[in-house]
Structures are given as structure tokens and as C-alpha cells.
Design a protein around this ligand. Structure first.
Ligand code: VGL
Ligand code: ZN
Length: 196
């Protein structure tokens, strides 16, 4: 059984948002069109408190895209984004959400970021997504959404280590940093991932 995981299709990652991914809106019609091919559709949602430590605004003397160490993990500092209960954190109104059976929120703990839909970056806590998918008999996951080089990539890599067949839908995702994504894609393939 295969499921589609729609990653972080939120206003802040789309053109006009605070952490807009270039051409991010181009994937919306693709994601809407393919949902019918899946037995199960789930989504993830980046859902940060407004003082989240992944925000450059929370570190004096630091700028957006600086890299620091946070809770023993390497952390890119982002513009404020996907703050809980703001419009930026909402799914885009253009996304068809009728088939989404469950939404897994992440990034809620102030001191640690969470790119993967399965766990936070330190793997200290899991979101429950694996348990849900396992309980539904899912063995194969297809990932789409934003951003290809962060939340899509880390979710798809964790899926491999959890034993799923894991595929990234290349037409259904866009990267923040295209050149960084090239290396990540190679690592994903080398670990048994599939690009469709
Ligand atoms: C994401 C950076 C920060 C993503 C989330 O959804 O890829 N990227 N938070
Ligand atoms: Zn985030």
C-alpha cells in the first residue's frame, strides 16, 4: 500500500511568504492532480511558536541563513515563518485538502527544529506519523511539497531508515537552494531512495 505525504504546503513557503521557495506555487496543480492515485494522503505542517530558536530574529547579532549550533545540531537560521495560528502557517487555499486524512505538525518545541515529518532534528521525539502509516498498512511513501532540500528530503531519508520504499516526486517539489539539493538527491539515491 502506498501513501502520498504532502509536506508543508503553507503560505510562508509560497511566493509572497516569508520563506518563499522560488516557483513553489508551480507544484500546487501537480499535487492536486495526483492525490487520487493514492490509497492514503497525509500532510505535514511546520508549526512554530513565535520565539522559535530556528528564527534569526531570536539571536542577537545573527542574520538569516547564518549557521549556528543549537542543542548540538547544526542549525540554519531562518526568517520568522509558519508561526502557529498565523496566515503564513495555513495551507495555501489553492491546495485540495479533501483527501488529507491526517496532518502531522512539527517544530513546536522552542529549542529544536524539525525538518522531517517523522521526528525533530535530534530524533528525541517523534510525531506519530510512522505509527499512523504502519497501522494503515503503508509500505511505500511518495513525498511532494516544500522544500525539496529540507523538509521533503529529511522526511524521505527518514522513511528509508524506517524501512519504507521512499520516493521523491520531482515534479511535485521545489528546493530553497538548488545546488545543495543536488548533493542531497545523490545521497538519497545512494541510500536506496527513488526519484520519480
Ligand atoms: C522548512 C526551513 C525551515 C521546510 C521548514 O518546510 O522545508 N524549511 N522550516
Ligand atoms: Zn520551519
Amino acid at each position: 500500500m502506498k501513501a502520498l505525504v504532502i509536506v508543508d504546503m503553507q503560505n510562508d513557503f509560497l511566493p509572497g511568504g516569508s520563506l518563499a521557495v522560488k516557483d513553489g506555487d508551480k507544484v500546487i496543480p501537480v499535487i492536486n492532480r495526483i492525490q487520487n492515485e493514492y490509497e492514503l494522503v497525509v500532510a505535514t505542517q511546520d508549526w512554530h511558536p513565535k520565539t522559535h530558536k530556528s528564527f534569526a530574529s531570536q539571536h542577537t547579532g545573527r542574520e538569516v541563513f547564518d549557521v549556528i549550533t543549537l542543542d548540538d545540531e547544526e542549525q540554519v537560521l531562518w526568517p520568522d515563518h509558519c508561526v502557529q495560528e498565523t496566515e503564513g502557517a495555513d495551507f495555501t487555499k489553492e491546495l485540495d485538502t479533501k483527501k488529507i486524512e491526517a496532518i502531522f505538525r512539527k517544530g513546536m518545541e522552542v529549542n529544536i527544529d524539525s525538518y522531517s515529518g517523522f521526528y525533530d532534528n535530534g530524533k528525541k521525539k517523534n510525531t506519530g506519523m510512522h505509527g499512523f502509516l504502519k497501522d494503515r498498512g503503508i509500505t511505500e511513501l511518495h513525498f511532494c511539497g516544500l522544500a525539496a532540500d529540507f523538509c521533503v528530503y529529511f522526511s524521505a531519508m527518514d522513511a528509508l531508515s524506517l524501512g519504507y520504499r521512499s520516493c521523491i516526486l520531482t515534479k511535485g517539489t521545489k528546493a530553497i537552494d538548488k545546488s545543495g539539493y543536488i548533493e542531497k538527491k545523490e545521497l538519497f539515491l545512494r541510500n536506496g531512495g527513488v526519484l520519480i
